[in-house]
Design a protein around this ligand. Structure first.
Ligand code: SF4
Ligand code: SF4
Length: 150
């Protein structure tokens, strides 16, 4: 193959490649935009999205509903839950005073959410949780709930 033929083949191949690329660009130019400008914009999360575990806030009390029964603690396969309850008066039900969970070792299996007899736990919709040390992933869910206000 002489140099002229090779040259013409390269020119044609380059032009064909450019035309293909431009056709893709033109095709997508008139379609709805499917990217978002994160973090200024966010995608709507699906209903089944599983963020980290959190204590639900009950509208009637404005607080959590954990009675520190320990069911979640016992069923957790990763052993990442620690819960402590307190009876303020003898005839009052037990109430959790702290509820520690280590997010770094939670597998989001959902067993704790399913087993809770008080429906006190839920998956959050949080996906931007970050930590700067191993200890920052150990969180007291009660303190967190209280810090978020009513
Ligand atoms: S989701 Fe699973 S691993 Fe995570 S705390 Fe609950 S039971 Fe444990
Ligand atoms: S979160 Fe539910 S299962 Fe776990 S200790 Fe509290 S009431 Fe019991």
């Amino acid at each position: 193959m002489n140099a002229v033929v090779r040259y013409l083949r390269d020119v044609f191949s380059g032009a064909w490649s450019l035309a293909m690329g431009m056709s893709v660009t033109l095709r997508y130019m008139f379609k709805p935009v499917s990217t978002v400008q994160y973090p200024r914009e966010a995608m709507p999360l699906p209903e089944v999205y599983r963020g980290h575990i959190e204590l639900r806030r009950f509208a009637e009390t404005g607080s959590h509903g954990c009675v520190a029964c320990g069911e979640c603690f016992r069923i957790c396969p990763s052993g990442v839950i620690k819960v402590q309850g307190l009876k303020e008066e003898a005839d009052r039900p037990n109430r959790a005073v702290f509820y520690f969970i280590d997010f770094s070792r939670c597998s989001l299996c959902g067993l704790c959410v399913e087993v809770c007899p008080e429906s006190a736990l839920a998956f959050s919709k949080v996906y931007e949780e970050v930590g700067v040390s191993r200890y920052s992933t150990v969180v007291d869910l009660i303190a967190r709930l209280e810090s978020q206000g009513a």
